[in-house]
Design a protein around this ligand. Structure first.
Ligand code: GS8
Length: 219
């Protein structure tokens, strides 16, 4: 895109960073990817996200945008001619935001608890995780995507967790597919899109990454 300089500060296994990569791919935008070391944060990251000091950060023509859901909406609004990610109708937009917000508030925390707690606490976390997935499965229902016929904002917010499912399932001893077959069918449908399949790392690579982290930080 002429005159636009796009830089992404990211970390490869981050489901939040992947959201931004999918949105950029949907819009066919070229950008510079800068992998960040979160154990030793760069001056650039601290300068571009002084409040949360987290990735992802999108830097567009020198100006930073923080928080993955906000970044995805920014991308959609700035490059609105190609592949709209939000529905046109204001009520449908509100619904799309509601479900993306539900994912933000529920999925990461429940997944993290499933991976890090033990015994009875882990059992509780696993049940909570499955319950959240079932709510999402109910919302997709018989539709191809969250908001109907086209892939968009809400799909992006959840699909990046899919490459973590193997890790949740293996370490939590659960089967998401058994409990939520429609959700998995939706995820496989999303994976048929190049923007998604080229962005999501291999599930086994994520699993190895998590085991390494666990060893290093004694989670
Ligand atoms: C979450 C980003 C986040 O947790 C968003 O962008 O949607 N609500 C934010 N980023 C993590 C890496 S992914 O787990 C991060 O940057 N952590 C560094 C830290 O906490 O120090």
């Amino acid at each position: 895109m002429g005159g636009s300089e796009i830089v992404l500060l990211d970390f490869w296994p981050s489901m939040f960073g992947m959201r931004v990569r999918i949105a950029l791919a949907e819009k066919c935008l070229e950008y510079e990817y800068k992998e960040q070391d979160l154990a030793n944060k760069s001056c650039l990251l601290l300068e571009m996200n002084p409040i949360h000091k987290k990735i992802p950060v999108l830097v567009h023509n020198g100006k930073p945008i923080n928080e993955s859901s906000i970044i995805v909406q920014y991308i959609d609004e700035t490059w609105n001619a190609k592949s709209p990610l939000m529905p046109f109708d204001p009520y449908a937009r509100a619904q799309a935001r509601f479900w993306a917000d539900f994912v933000d508030k529920k999925v990461y925390e429940a997944g993290k608890k499933t991976l890090t707690l033990k015994g009875e606490e882990q059992e509780k976390a696993k049940n909570e995780f499955i319950e959240i997935m079932k709510v999402l499965e109910g919302q997709i229902g018989e539709k191809p995507y969250f908001m109907g016929e086209s892939f968009g904002f809400t799909d992006i917010s959840l699909i990046t967790f899919y490459c973590w499912f193997y890790t949740y399932e293996t370490l939590g001893n659960i089967s998401i597919e058994k409990e939520c077959p429609k959700l998995i069918a939706w995820a496989k449908r999303c994976m048929q899109r190049e923007s998604v399949s080229k962005t999501l790392p291999d599930s086994k690579k994520i699993y190895e990454f998590f085991l390494e982290m666990r060893l290093k930080y004694g989670l």
